[in-house]
Every structure is written in structure tokens, then in C-alpha cells.
Design a protein around this ligand. Structure first.
Ligand code: IDP
Ligand code: MG
Length: 389
């Protein structure tokens, strides 16, 4: 059960005109959901048609678009346990006559074509709608009431899931602590500025269309490596999945370092289960995930980076022109929240200069290998074919 599930709620023009914005905000807030986005907005017809694309063949479609275009809407993203389903419950059924009293539609409207509000109907459609309506990204902040809302509230900075203002700066990670030198990404790291290699050999285990679409459209991407064998890095997969929710305009992609497709696929069957030994309450992997046959894609990254191995925990930010803008290595004890990755992602998507850690100090050549080599000690034994040496 994810505490970071998000839903897209929209107060339609009639709802805005009739003063329902505050009412709806108050319901979500007092129930305990966290607001990740809120804006009054006048959408184009094109955007509305995209939003309602699945209804394009309906007779009422032109009327629906016209009504939606008759004034500003209020766009919201609410986050929390079961946000999608609970959000729908709070709004009521599509037809006001079927909506229970106490719901927005049940209380405040009569006609289906004037039903005041919109709420995502599934986690997947919520993510697509959030990307559509909030291309600028969402607000991240720690909810100080979390422990009053959930029995098992996450500690805000623990394990990269909580968000909050980043303290990251040169040599300093998102948790405000100095980054151990071996994990600092220096500006002269070889892979920075290189062009991302072809990903056409990947064999997608899930959400392949999403990833291929992003590549063909030149979306900003985050690519991270993982492995079924690298248990200590399962947390990274969870953290990347949570980051993906916080940065819906960015396309995430996880590439497996496993030698066997079956192993890689097996990890994905663990979604939703708890992994107490890894300190994971509920395993998440809600992004495109691919097996890498013969580690071909891995080999291309390895050659670009000029390192002996690219292993689980190796993460990159890649811009719309396929240029690798940022790279960081996380491990079973050095987490996303300890590093600069999310702050770099924020700066990148908001058009700010990235944090620069300067060139690698000259007297540290021994450390170079420790930094660039895949962070997982298991990696050398990954496929046993000696390819990694
Ligand atoms: P939802 O808003 O409850 O998810 P959908 O089936 O996705 O319902 O339909 C989207 C919107 O289209 C509805 O909120 C409503 O405004 C409009 N709509 C749906 N069915 C009808 C209809 O039969 N006549 C007029 N408008 C409709
Ligand atoms: Mg709908």
C-alpha cells in the first residue's frame, strides 16, 4: 500500500464559478491527503481533447469540450494512501443522481453534463493526467502531520521517500551531509555530456510502450540499473519509483543487470510485498523495467563511461537531445536521499544550472575506480562470464 499514490483532481469551470474549489481542497486536506499541485488554469481545447481522448467517439464529446472550455479550471494533485479510489468516492459517481449525498456531485449538482469535478479513475491514468496538466512538475514538501494521518508514516528524510526541501549543494547531499568522496560526481566524469546509446536491444518486462514513446519523443529521462541478484539495491528501485511519481514529466526506465530474463522478471512479481530484510515496507517498481539481453545496452554505457562495470545503483539524467547530463552511483548504504540526484532533477526540469562539484581532485586517482565502478559488490559475479572484468 503506497503512501505516495497520487490522483489528479480537477474542479470544472462550473465548479470554480460556483465556489467549490475551497470545499474540495478542504475535504482532501482534512482527510489527510497532501497537496502536490494546485492552480487555476485556462486550458486550450487541444489539452482538453487530450485529457478526454478516450471519450472522443461519444456523442456528448463536443459539448463536453465546450463546457470544459467555458472558463478556468482548478487543477490539483493529491497524494496519499488510496488517493485515486478515495478521491473518486469523495467526488461521487459520474451521474449526480447515482452519487451518494455527502459527495460533491451528490450534494451540489443535478446533470451529468454539469458535474462540477473530475477525478482520475486509476493510478496509471492519474500519472498520465498529472504529466499532462503539470508538465512543470509538482511541489515537494514534507507533511508534518504524516504521523497523525498514518500509523506507519515514513520518516521524512529516511530513504528518499519523503521529499522536502533539498539541502543539496556542491559536495553536499539532499540530506544536508557532506557526500563521501567516493560518491561525489565530479564535473569531469567521463560519461557527462556523452550521447545516450541506442536502447533498441532492450527487452521490456513492463511498460515498454511508455519508455519507447519517451525515447522517440525526446522526453527527459532517468535511467537506472538494478538487478534481482543485488538485493541491497532493491531500495533504489523503490526510491526511483517514488521519484518518478514526484517528477511525472520525466520518463524513468530501469535496466536490469541480470544475466537471465527469468531472474529479472521474478523481481517484478514482488511488487506490493514487504521485504523486511531490505527494510522495504512495500516493494514498488512502477516504471518501465527492461531486461538487457547479453547486457548489450549495459556494455554501451560502460564503454561511454570508460569504466570496468556499470552495476545496480548506477543512475543517470538524460535530456531531450539524448545527452547524459548527470550520473550518480547509489549503493545498499548510500541512498538517493543522501545524494544530489533529486535536486539535480529539479534544477534540470526547472531550467536552473546543475550543482557543479568541480573537477576531481588530482591526488585522488585511487578513489576514481571506487567511484566509477558499479556500486554493488555483487556485480562482478553477476553473470559469471567474465565479461565484467
Ligand atoms: P468521470 O468524470 O466520472 O470519470 P467519465 O465517464 O470519464 O466520467 O466522463 C467524463 C465526463 O464526461 C463526465 O464527468 C461528464 O462531465 C461527461 N459525461 C459523461 N457521460 C455523459 C453523458 O452521458 N452526457 C453528457 N456528459 C457526459
Ligand atoms: Mg473519467
Amino acid at each position: 500500500m503506497s503512501l505516495t499514490e497520487q490522483t489528479y483532481i480537477m474542479v470544472k469551470p462550473d465548479g470554480v464559478q460556483r465556489g467549490l474549489v475551497g470545499n474540495i481542497v478542504k475535504r482532501f486536506e482534512t482527510k489527510g491527503y497532501v497537496c502536490r499541485g494546485l492552480k487555476l488554469f485556462s486550458p486550450t481545447k487541444d489539452l482538453l481533447e487530450k485529457h478526454y481522448a478516450d471519450l472522443a467517439s461519444k456523442k456528448f464529446f463536443p459539448g463536453l469540450i465546450e463546457y470544459m472550455n467555458s472558463g478556468p479550471v482548478c487543477c490539483m494533485v493529491w497524494e496519499g494512501m488510496n488517493a485515486v479510489k478515495e478521491g473518486r468516492k469523495m467526488l461521487g459517481a459520474t451521474k449526480p443522481a447515482d452519487s451518494a449525498l455527502g459527495t460533491i456531485r451528490g450534494d451540489f449538482c443535478i446533470d451529468v453534463g454539469r458535474n462540477l469535478c473530475h477525478g482520475s479513475d486509476a493510478v496509471e491514468s492519474a500519472q498520465a493526467e498529472i504529466a499532462l496538466w503539470f508538465p512543470e512538475g509538482l511541489q515537494k514538501w514534507s507533511d508534518h502531520s504524516a504521523t497523525w494521518v498514518y500509523e506507519d508514516a515514513p520518516a521524512p528524510a529516511a530513504a528518499g521517500g519523503g521529499g522536502g526541501a533539498s539541502k543539496a549543494g556542491p559536495g553536499v547531499g539532499g540530506n544536508g551531509k557532506d557526500i563521501p568522496e567516493k560518491y561525489i560526481t565530479y564535473s569531469d566524469t567521463t560519461i557527462l555530456g556523452a550521447k545516450m546509446p541506442e536502447l533498441n536491444t532492450l527487452d521490456y518486462l513492463q511498460k515498454g510502450d511508455e519508455a519507447k514513446d519517451a525515447v522517440s519523443k525526446g522526453k527527459t529521462m532517468v535511467i537506472f540499473f538494478w538487478g534481482k541478484y543485488a538485493k541491497g539495491d532493491y531500495k533504489l528501485v523503490v526510491h526511483m519509483s517514488q521519484l518518478a511519481k514526484r517528477w511525472p514529466a520525466v520518463q524513468f526506465l530501469g535496466i536490469s543487470c541480470d544475466a537471465e530474463r527469468g531472474d529479472a522478471a521474478k523481481l517484478l512479481t514482488k511488487v506490493g510485498s514487504s521485504m523486511p530484510e531490505q527494510g522495504i515496507e512495500s516493494f514498488e517498481a512502477d516504471v518501465p523495467m527492461a531486461f538487457d539481453p547479453e547486457k548489450k545496452a549495459n556494455g554501451r554505457f560502460k564503454r561511454l563511461a570508460m569504466v570496468t562495470s556499470v552495476g545496480p545503483g548506477y543512475c543517470m539524467i538524460i535530456d531531450g537531445t539524448s545527452t547524459i547530463k548527470w550520473q550518480e552511483q547509489f549503493t545498499s548504504s548510500y541512498f538517493v536521499a543522501d545524494g544530489q540526484f533529486e535536486e539535480q532533477l529539479r534544477r534540470f526540469t526547472e531550467g536552473e544550472d546543475l550543482i557543479a562539484n568541480g573537477p576531481r581532485p588530482e591526488d585522488e586517482e585511487d578513489e576514481e575506480i571506487a567511484c566509477d565502478v558499479g556500486g554493488d559488490e555483487f556485480d562482478a559475479f553477476a553473470d559469471g562470464d567474465g565479461d565484467d572484468y
